[in-house]
Design a binder for this molecule. Structure first.
Ligand SMILES: Cc1cc2nc3c(=O)[nH]c(=O)nc-3n(C[C@H](O)[C@H](O)[C@H](O)COP(=O)(O)O)c2cc1C
Length: 218
């Protein structure tokens, strides 16, 4: 299995790739810890002819803040034989613990929340502007009530152990490194807490390693 390691070249391969070497490229572990072969005819094993090429994360050519704030993204997680996707734009991307990382923030009431808790790998997908309506739907409807990705016509392919949306412009495969629960006492600026958490439904933050990045070929 290939892994994104552009900044790790002075680190032995054995350390950098230990995660990927532990995971067989032929299987993925689901929320109930049952390993199933990729070849199962599941939704997220269907290839749809979208051409994605693996890139190094430093090759991103768009402004990160604008990508997250204005373009939004879809967090895509295995969900009992299907895949759930939820729109996010409270996201951080950077360099931490000698790794390229993304931190996503998930409120406890989201259908996505237990899925993120139970899965080690998931993905974050970015789209072209013409997909805005679909992202708005994925940010409003809940996977509790619908197969949202199917509803908007998105399909997924497992890449590096995570379901990735075939129709995305860019997909980051994420592996969870740390999970941190926000609490009211952590806020230095109480106006931020008051504005974002009037119901005290604090996000849980998941800092994840970007283990691979795939970009749609022009
Ligand atoms: C632009 C946008 C950004 C959002 N960002 C987040 C986010 O960062 N974290 C979060 O928990 N919910 C966020 N949401 C709300 C979820 O996407 C929404 O509640 C969704 O219906 C949850 O889906 P689920 O229940 O299938 O997990 C956002 C919604 C929109 C429209």
């Amino acid at each position: 299995m290939n892994c994104l390691i552009p900044a790790f070249q002075d680190v032995p391969d054995s350390d950098v790739n230990s995660f990927n070497k532990e995971r067989s490229s032929a299987e993925i572990t689901f929320r109930n810890n049952i390993s199933l072969p990729f070849s199962q005819p599941w939704e997220y094993n269907r290839k749809r002819g979208e051409k994605m090429k693996k890139i190094e994360i430093e090759q991103l050519d768009k402004n990160l803040i604008s990508m997250i704030h204005n373009d939004w993204a879809v967090l895509t997680v295995p969900d009992e034989g299907k895949v759930n996707g939820m729109t996010v734009n409270w996201v951080q991307m950077g360099w931490l613990w000698n790794k390229a990382v993304v931190t996503v923030y998930v409120r406890p009431q989201r259908h996505t929340y237990p899925l993120i808790e139970q899965n080690e790998c998931f993905s974050l997908a970015f789209f072209d502007d013409d997909q805005r309506d679909k992202l708005a739907y994925l940010g409003k409807a809940s996977g509790k009530d619908a197969d949202k990705l199917a509803h908007v016509g998105y399909t997924t392919t497992v890449r590096d152990g995570a379901p990735c949306v075939d129709q995305a412009r860019l997909v980051l495969v994420l592996k969870k490194l740390a999970a941190m629960e926000l609490t009211g006492s952590q806020f230095v600026d109480k106006t931020v807490e008051a504005a974002s958490y009037p119901h005290q439904d604090y996000h849980k933050a998941y800092t994840c390693e970007i283990v691979a990045a795939y970009q749609k070929e022009a």
